[in-house]
Write a protein that binds this ligand. Structure first.
Ligand code: NAD
Ligand code: UDP
Ligand code: UDP
Length: 326
């Protein structure tokens, strides 16, 4: 159903009532900003496990923004046109803190939100992840690759939870004709990451700015491909706007690959930090390499990332400088 709320903003955009789960997190809060800006009506749902009111404080009181404290592992009855399902801790440190809850969030959360989409006939987009490819033997990873995932390791709660969520999305599509979109997001960074989030970009920037040791896990030769948040959001919104026949999965990320060691050196160079590199044990099952094949995103969405790693890091460093008051 279409929302009946008055459209005070845009004549160009058809106003929709959009549910964003995990909306007070890093990506979710930026998505709230984007969709408010183009005139939609936003229901932001979050249990504030890793997200915070601080991320959406500037939106509180906006006539088209509503914030609801709710855990997606419980049913939710609301009327919406579109759902972005982002609820799930994304940093290994946080998703491993309560792994049972992590699996429940992905699996029970998907069931509840798919049930909601089925009842309301809303379109629903799943924030899946490159972790569905596990420690990949194929490089770069394209959507046709089924992955190499340990089902019983410390990352499994996240990887297998997200894989099961993908299965549920495709079964609700086949069985109930729910309009689904599955996007596989690769490492994304930018302003509003929490300083204690534990992911590599925020860790290294905070360590560099404070002059603390920079903690390299393993030998630093493992690779990742980092996408700046603005680029990722362009792709996410475009994915939601594809025709109903497009389900994905679709890789979203920046194919500019770098090693963890090179990332540390780049951050040291931009911040002019005197921090030293220190080496710590590599966590179990930490993928050795990761880089998206984004051919599908290029052809279906007409999208490719625009922000280079250096530029994105500089913008993120500026944010942390202000946040840490340095
Ligand atoms: P984040 O941890 O900042 O955001 C996750 C949000 O979900 C937080 O606000 C958290 O409080 C909320 N949440 C967690 N469990 C919940 C529950 N049971 N009920 C309601 N809310 C809950 O992480 P992010 O980077 O913004 O990631 C957002 C989504 O994108 C996640 O689903 C993540 O798996 C996915 N993703 C992110 C990346 C990335 O690099 N940022 C990569 C791949 C996938
Ligand atoms: N659900 C929800 N909101 C809704 C509709 C359903 O949270 O608006 C939940 C409900 O808890 C249900 C689940 O989604 O268990 C799956 O819904 P579905 O209709 O697929 O299954 P059923 O209700 O038959 O179990
Ligand atoms: N990493 C690191 N030092 C840190 C945090 C992470 O060397 O302080 C490494 C981590 O072992 C992994 C890479 O950086 O190889 C990316 O880690 P992150 O937790 O950001 O994301 P993910 O492993 O989920 O891609």
């Amino acid at each position: 159903m279409r929302s009946s709320f008055a459209n005070d903003q845009s004549e160009r955009t058809v106003q929709k009532k959009v549910l964003i789960t995990g909306g007070a997190g890093f990506l979710g809060s930026h998505l709230c900003d984007r969709l408010i800006e183009v005139g939609h009506d936003i229901l932001c749902v979050d249990n504030f496990f890793t997200g915070s009111k601080e991320n959406v404080r500037h939106l509180i009181g906006h006539p088209r923004f509503e914030l609801l404290r709710h855990d997606v592992t419980f049913p939710l009855y609301v009327e919406v046109d579109e759902i972005y399902n982002l609820a799930c801790p994304a940093s290994p440190k946080h998703y491993q803190y309560d792994p049972v809850q992590t699996t429940k969030t992905s699996v029970h959360g998907a069931i509840n939100l798919l049930g909601l989409a089925k009842r309301t006939q809303a379109k629903i987009l799943q924030a899946s992840t490159s972790e569905v490819y596990g420690d990949p033997e194929i490089h770069p990873q394209s959507e046709t690759y089924w992955g190499k995932v340990n089902p019983v390791g410390i990352r499994s709660c996240y990887d297998e939870g997200k894989r099961c969520a993908e299965t549920l999305f495709f079964d609700y599509w086949r069985q109930h004709e729910v309009k689904i979109k599955v996007s596989r997001i690769f490492n994304t960074y930018g302003p509003r990451m929490h300083p204690n989030d534990g992911r590599v970009v925020s860790n290294f920037i905070v360590q560099a700015l404070l002059g603390n040791d920079i903690t390299i896990y393993g030998d630093g030769n493992q690779s990742r491909s980092f996408c700046f948040v603005d680029d990722l959001l362009d792709a996410l919104v475009r994915t939601m706007e594809t025709s109903d026949s497009f389900t994905g999965p679709i890789n979203l990320g920046n194919p500019e690959e770098t090693t963890v060691l090179k990332l540390a050196e780049t951050i040291i160079q931009i911040t002019q930090s005197r921090s030293r590199l220190v080496y710590r044990p590599k966590p179990d099952d930490d993928p050795r390499q990761r880089k998206p094949d984004i051919s599908r995103a290029r052809s279906v969405l007409g999208w490719a990332p625009k922000v280079s790693l250096e530029e994105g890091l500089s913008r993120t460093i500026d944010y942390f400088r202000k946040r840490l008051v340095i």
